[in-house]
Every structure is written in C-alpha cells, then in structure tokens.
Design a protein around this ligand. Sequence first.
Ligand code: ARG
Length: 459
Amino acid sequence: MSEKLWDGRFSEKTHHSVEAFTSSIAIDKRLFAHDIAGSVAHCRVLARAGVITDEEASTMIQGLGRIGREIERGRFEFDDSLEDIHMHIESRLVQEVGKVAQKLHTGRSRNDQVALDIRLYLREQTLAVIDALTRWRRVIVGFARTHLETVLPGYTHLQRAQPVLLAHHFMAYYEMFTRDSERFSDCLDRINVMPLGSAALAGTTYPIDRDYAASLLDFPKVSANSMDAVSDRDFVIEFLAAASICMMHFSRLSEELILWSSAEFGFIELADAFATGSSIMPQKKNPDVPELVRGKTGRVVGDLVALLTLMKSLPLTYNRDMQEDKAPLFDAVDTLRSCIDIYGQMLPRITVNQAVMTRAASKGFLNATDMADYLVARGLPFRKAHSVVGQAVGYALGKDRELHELTLAELRTFSEAIDEDLFQALEIEQVINRRKSAGGTSTDNVRSAMDRVEAELGQ
Ligand code: ARG
C-alpha cells in the first residue's frame, strides 16, 4: 500500500474496502494528459509568483513530461490506494524528481484541479464533436444531393400527408444537426473558464497570477468566484443536454430508417455490411445499427439525468458526490462520438427504392390539398374548397381510386369550378414544385438550400 498524501491526522489505515470504494482511478485515469498540462501550468504560475524557483519548476515540468509518456506507453502502475489520477501523478512525481515535488500542490487543491481537468478534457471533446458533426453534415448534404429527384410521402401522425423530396427530408436532419453543432459551440463559452487559484474553496494566500495560468492553458476567462468554481458542473450538464438533444435527433432518424427498411414500407435497404442476421431465422436482415443508436439515446439522456440528480441537492462547495460526474460524462462522450461516426459510414451506403417511395407518394390522396388550392384559385373560400375535396375523397375511396383517377365528369359533380387543367395540378411534380414558399419542398428551393449549406460547409 502506498503512503497517502493526506494521512497526517489519521491514526488508523484506511480500510481496504474503503480504498476500493472511494477510488476513481479506473475512470479518471483518462484525464492524465489534462492533469499533467494543468500541473505544468501551475508550476510556471508558482515560479512566476516566486513561490518556487525556476529551477524547481523546470525539474517538476520535466518529470511531469516523463510521467505523461510513461502513462501513454502503458508502463504506469495504477493502484486504488492512491484514489485518483491527481494523487497518482503527484506521488509518482515525488518518486521521479524527489522532494521538490512536494511543493507542486502549493496553493492548489484537488477541488480546483479536478474542475480544471474536466474543463480541459471537455473543451477538447466538444471541439472533436463539432468537427465530427461537420463531417456528418457533409455526408447528409451529399446524400440529399443524390436524391433531389426522389419523391416520397411526407407524413404527419405517421399518415401520408403531402409528397416531398427525399432531399428535403434529409435537409431537415441537416438543420437539426446544425443546431446541435451550434449548441456545442455555445457550450464552449461556459467550458472555457479557468478555475485554478480557487484552491479548496476560498481562494489561496499565494500571490499567483490567475490570468497568467489562463493564458498558459488558453482560457479566455478566469472564474469569478472561488466557491462557484470548485462546485460548478453546469458546463458538464450543458454538454450532456446538447448531447442528449443530438442523440434524440439520431434516434428519430434511426426510427425512420428502421421503419423504412421493414417489408411494410420497403423504402430503403441498408448495406449488408451495416446490418446483422438472426441466429435462428435464416431470412432475417436486421437494422441493428440504427436500433442501437436509438437505444443508446436512452443512455445519454440517462447520463444527463444522472448529473442533474447528482448536483441538485449539493450544498456549496465541493462534495465527494461530484466524483460521480465523470462516468456519465465519459459515457456520453464515447456514445455520442461513436454514433456520429457510424452514421457517417452507414448513410451513404443505403439503397433507396425510388419506385416504392414514388408509388407510396402517389397513393393516399397526397394531392388533396392541391385540389383545394386549385379551387381557391377559382374563387372558392378555402374552407369550402376543403369540404368539396373531402367529399371527392370520400367518393374516390368508395371506388378504390385516387383523385386524379376520377373522370372530369365525376369531379365536376363536386364543383363546377373544376376543369381539365385540374389533372395537371394534381401531378406529383407539380405538387412538389409549387411549394415554393421559403423553406418549402420545391426542387428549386431544395437545390438552393443545398448550395447554400455546401458553401457554408466549404465543400
Ligand atoms: N477524485 C476527486 C473527484 O473526482 C477529486 C477531488 C477530490 N477532492 C477531495 N476533496 N476529496 O472529484
């Protein structure tokens, strides 16, 4: 068992089951590089304040560099008795450079140290998520581009409503993931705050220059209140909220791909490489990837709820409960990143059954609104037109035909305003291309939406 860095006032050794219970090293060891970066900056800050000499600082900084490489190479031994990554690195530094390392923790506490580490980690991960989302958004536009001519039913209440372009459908997802990316960028403002110098909770007696620490670690801001700085995890919660919303978008897309690949829809087929079989039913090809993404959404939402629940009753300032913040955070980061990655690979390999989609869009009176619009153009008030078309639909249903499959004579029994040119207005291309209102599904609109976002994305 290694000697504790805090056991001066204790007369009994920590029970081994307490060591195992309180240890977080298995989880927080992934913060090692951030912990080392924070300690290197802290050495410089202490030297500049005259608390340690430049020589002492550089001895420690070199030692920290060696420890970082040791951990990277998997040559570092972790041990529950040393609790967490901060204790591991500090006690290893004492072995590495001797007594001088006992000065490292001057003017610092694990409370501001862990807050710093999480911020450094989350800044890096948030930037990586934004990058991954940019790549993913490019994939969406690329996919939409290849489907500017593909028509499918648009749904409300999962009932066929009006025909839309498949490109328009996917550009809707583009908008969602763009908002996600913006949300993650917004998170960066609150992540990017430097807490060192808050020490345990009340600040420190040493004359350290916090702005210097911030500039060394590339933080635009320092925290304004030491008590808040050591007990704030809002930035983690915000990230998890953004992650949950982003996963919710992936989950909605997954739900659609799962439905669309069923025999009942038959709209798409996933590539064999992205589907799996059944151990008993030889005919099966299952959409496990979208299903798992949908399932993993529950995990990420759970991670958000875990953090909110963790924090909701904590008195100021740091409480050990907060050590439980890392597992949900890391889980959400890993889950989100893996979902973005797999979607980027899976989507371009989807086969679209255009004929099935178009057939679905031509059945079920998806042009009924257009017939009403036609009658409005001929002077009927919209409510009246709506009821005329409703009667025509009722009649057509009884004959097992579509509106455009009725004869002119049949149609005219519902309104004298109807002429031969109605049939043109009911054609699917017309139905789509007349929806020119900004943001609507007309081919021109969708093409210019794609041009615009491709320019934004710099393709
Ligand atoms: N392992 C701890 C955590 O992750 C570090 C801070 C511990 N601070 C303390 N006063 N025990 O929260």
